[in-house]
Ligand binder design. Structure first.
Ligand code: ADP
Ligand code: MG
Length: 530
């Protein structure tokens, strides 16, 4: 007898769920996509424990009738395409008919829906099996509740991260919808308590500022281009602005948050170190959205055509009229200049030779040559002195207020203790604001804001305190290319030599390179002295 058998439907769904549903945020993505496809103008999301315990998405879209509510949890059941050609002109966010059966197979799902606010239904599914189906009152639209994700797939459940981390993924997905659908109102609740409320807006940039902070208003550049069937709008924030830039580089293709390699590369090269959101609209047949199960990656049929849309764009670009305040020069914080140099000449056992190409410093020491990177060296010196002074703090007469978004708020919660230890006294003031009443003595208030924002957006983990201090040292350190006076150069090397770990900057880059006399002799193929 043969050993091959057809897998039961439910197992197939659980396998498919492995591709589409990775974590609570993927459930959120699929549910909100369905709401938007159903023409919803209002979407309300509620969740608990980072979405692991409970997610609900309520909309005022088309709703489903008694037949559709039963069909929607069948595999490959969709109202969005019906023939092969449709695949090449997809105008909806969903089309594979996979999400609901996948979600329902790995959770306890409840669907409440009505097409007219009169006749409504409730369907309960547990691990893919229908438990209950009955008439039920619901206003026009649909509510889908997903409880205990992966309750029946312990192996998957194990891979979920802490509630806080899952929440960050969840917020990211939520924010993307908020940005891309300004004409839809969104409400976000956690355990029934409203966290955020986004009213309907006309323009994407209004939403952008609501999400990432009104203080960015003066720094956003809008680039737009309208062509017959292709258009784009780009919200761009260049690096080097006095307020902390948000941590976002996001492409929305036909309103879907996606990744596309060539375009990302192109934009990153054209606008390095910038934050950007690009809303690109092109005819659906120009793009293949069916190369990734969760539709997170797309492929352009003719990438060059898309890129060329941007090539000519510099001429047709229009800027928001903005006045740029001057950026505070880091040289102001130059400790070297402020301090008087009181090192007796004879203490040096090295000699300053020169500075080359306006950057590297050359010294002679023990007949060898030292090449020193002034920025890295200064960073190391500051880092060590900051580590020593880190516990001193200053109280501010007027507390500073910093606007934050949801992801930053989560990050803040995780880092609160570390920041406190450093001398920051910070409280959440409402959902989107931090109130800073004290900072480490080493900060000027404006720097403190920039710094906190930067820290909240720096995803790299590791020793938090060191990370914070090394980033502070980096900001305060001398510019890499700045001409130094002889006494500054001498003091720099002198101070570096006093450090505990003089050889590397806090990021691990070398501070200096040494060619000893012996090495030089060897390089010139001379006999080395013994
Ligand atoms: P897809 O979105 O790819 O069609 P799904 O499994 O996500 O597949 O959904 C299956 C079908 O269920 C959809 O095609 C749609 O007809 C229906 N549906 C799902 N969610 C909603 C909703 N919120 N409002 C109305 N119809 C919905
Ligand atoms: Mg869908």
């Amino acid at each position: 007898m043969g050993i091959i058998k057809i897998l039961p439907e439910n197992l197939i769904n659980q396998i498919a769920a492995g591709e589409v549903i990775e974590r609570p945020s993927s459930v959120l993505k699929e549910l909100v996509e369905n709401s938007l496809d159903a023409g919803a103008e209002e979407v309300e999301v509620d969740f608990s424990k980072g979405g692991k315990e409970f997610i609900s998405v309520k909309d005022n879209g088309s709703g489903m009738d008694s037949e559709d509510i039963l069909l929607c949890i069948e595999r490959h059941a969709t109202s969005k395409i019906s023939k092969f050609e449709d695949l090449f002109k997809i105008n909806t966010l969903g089309f594979r008919g996979e999400a609901l059966p996948s979600i329902a197979s790995v959770s306890k799902t409840i669907i409440l829906t009505s097409r007219d606010g009169k006749e409504g239904y409730k369907l309960e599914i547990e691990g893919g099996k229908v438990k209950e189906f009955e008439p039920f009152f619901h206003p026009k639209g649909t509510t889908i509740i997903v409880k205990n994700l992966f309750f029946n797939v312990p192996a998957r459940k194990k891979f979920l991260r802490s509630d806080g981390t899952e929440k960050k993924y969840f917020f990211k997905v939520f924010n993307n919808f908020v940005l891309s659908f300004p004409n839809v109102s969104f409400k976000l609740k956690e355990n029934g308590k409203v966290l955020l409320n986004f009213e309907k807006r006309e323009r994407e940039e209004e939403r952008f500022l609501e999400v990432y902070g009104e203080d960015l208003k003066d720094y956003i550049e809008i680039k737009e281009k309208m062509e017959r069937d292709m258009n784009f709008k780009m919200i761009l924030i260049r690096g080097n602005i006095p307020v902390p830039p948000p941590n976002i580089k996001q492409l929305f293709l036909n309103r879907r948050a996606v990744w596309e390699r060539l375009l990302y590369k192109y934009i990153s090269e054209k606008y390095p170190k910038s934050s950007w959101v690009l809303f690109l609209k092109i005819p659906p047949e120009f793009v293949d959205v069916n190369i990734h199960p969760a539709k997170a990656e797309v492929k352009f049929q003719e990438p060059s055509k898309i890129i060329s849309l941007f090539e000519v764009e510099e001429k047709s670009i229009f800027y928001l009229p903005i006045e740029r305040p001057s950026i505070p020069s880091p040289e102001k914080n130059n400790l070297l200049v402020q301090e008087t140099l009181q090192i007796p000449e004879e203490k040096y056992n090295f000699r300053f030779l020169s500075q080359i190409s306006g950057t590297f410093l050359l010294f002679e020491e023990e007949k060898g040559l030292i090449i020193l990177d002034p920025h890295a060296a200064h960073e190391r010196i500051l880092f060590e002195s900051l580590m020593e002074k880190r516990k001193e703090k200053q109280y501010l007469i007027t507390p500073l207020i910093l606007e934050i978004n949801l992801e930053e708020r989560e990050e803040f919660r995780e880092m609160e203790e570390n920041l406190k230890e450093m001398g920051f006294e910070i409280d959440l003031a409402g959902e989107k604001m931090l109130k800073i009443s004290s900072t480490p003595l080493l900060f000027e208030p404006a720097q403190a804001l920039y710094f906190i924002k930067q820290i909240l957006n720096n995803r790299k983990k590791g020793n938090m305190e060191e990370r914070i201090i090394s980033s502070l040292a980096c900001r305060k350190a001398l510019w890499f290319s700045r001409i130094l006076r002889e006494e500054e150069a001498l003091k720099l090397y002198y101070d570096l030599k006093k450090c505990k770990e003089p050889n590397f900057c806090p990021h691990g880059r070398p501070t200096f390179i040494k060619f000893s006399e012996e090495k030089l002799l060897k390089l010139f193929e001379r006999q080395t002295k013994k």
